[in-house]
Ligand binder design. Structure first.
Ligand code: UDP
Ligand code: MG
Length: 320
């Protein structure tokens, strides 16, 4: 094994996307600062994702008390993945940790992440959520299904429970900044870019205050972006589906002909006809839907709109 040089003078940066998190920010900041001040230098960058509560004014107050704290504030709600991307674009640190604002990602895990990176052996230190009983049955099952489905579709191997709580080396941040895609699924991108990765398991805490903004609709949207932006396998599956349905039709036709010509019986049945029509119609719409998702994705990329719009920030510019 090669010996790695431990890093000595370095800056730890933390990015925190926040959407209506006014009641969590002060507490989170206290916990973060108490941990981060042990390092040579640090910064905390909050990304206000178009909150409708007092998140922005709380951030401004926090910054007045501590100049290590920065914020980037969006012109409207763009979504968690885009807030993370903005964080990566604006942050400055030798290692960059992203985490949620609601204290579900325990700040006390930060030293373990930084230690793994500091040894010089890893560029990405990811975390993996342990399943907890308090989580709703639905969330557990849907999350497990999602990772199975995603890995099957993309051929990548995201660990089940991969979270957007991870440490990235400066080099990795630069690589992610340079990826121009608009349909963002960072967990997949991190798995795709490679580098030396380590995974640390953690037990999520309950949300400190407020409520989750990841509804079923949002989770589904994220799953579809993830699947379509990482693989064209769904299109291949659509081809197979079409072929199998056509084959089934041929077999059925052969059977009908046989009954008519050799058995002399006519198969009557409005019901069976309806079933075939509906199943076929459904399969066609489904396949068109898959194609549509890809066209939508291409449309989104082709417009070349920015992925997010920053209304105000405590920083002068992106530190690209
Ligand atoms: N978040 C965001 N924009 C959104 C929704 C969520 O920046 O449109 C942030 C939110 O403030 C939190 C993190 O993303 O820091 C995770 O969101 P949440 O806790 O609602 O999701 P859950 O933990 O239930 O998956
Ligand atoms: Mg949460």
């Amino acid at each position: 094994m090669t010996q790695h040089e431990p890093k000595k003078q370095f800056k730890v940066a933390v990015i925190v996307p926040a959407f209506n998190e006014q009641a969590n920010l002060a507490h989170l900041t206290d916990e973060l600062v108490s941990i981060l001040k042990a390092y040579p230098d640090y910064e905390i960058l909050f990304v206000n994702d178009g909150s409708t509560d007092d998140t922005l004014s709380v951030l401004k107050q926090l910054r007045q008390k501590n100049t290590h704290i920065h914020y980037v504030s969006f012109s409207r709600n763009f979504g968690h993945q885009y807030a993370l991307k903005a964080g990566l674009d604006y942050v400055d640190g030798d290692c960059v940790i992203s985490m949620d604002a609601d204290l579900q990602h325990p700040p006390r895990l930060i030293p373990a992440l930084v230690d793994a990176w500091q040894s010089g052996a890893y560029d990405i230190v990811s975390t993996q959520r342990r399943e907890i009983k308090e989580e709703s049955w639905f969330k557990r099952v849907s999350s497990r299904l999602f990772y199975r489905f995603f890995n099957f579709i993309t051929g990548l191997s995201l660990p089940p429970g991969a979270a957007d709580f991870r440490l990235l080396d400066r080099r990795v941040v630069a690589t992610l900044r340079a990826l121009p895609e608009r349909g963002l699924f960072l967990r997949g991108m991190i798995s795709w870019i490679g580098y030396r990765q380590k995974i640390i398991p953690y037990t999520p805490a309950p949300r400190f205050a407020g409520k989750s903004s990841y509804t079923l609709k949002r989770m589904l949207a994220l799953a579809i972006v993830g699947a379509t932006s990482f693989s064209s396998k769904p299109l291949r599956l659509a081809v197979y589906l079409g072929l199998s349905v056509a084959l089934l039709g041929c077999l059925l036709t052969a059977y009908v002909l046989y009954m008519r010509l050799w058995n002399g019986s006519v198969i009557s049945g409005w019901a069976s006809l309806m079933c075939v029509v509906l199943i076929l119609g459904g399969a066609q719409l489904f396949v068109m839907g898959i194609i549509g998702e890809y066209i939508g994705m291409i449309f989104g990329e082709a417009k070349h709109r920015p992925t997010y719009i920053v209304a105000e920030t405590s920083l002068e510019q992106k530190r690209k």
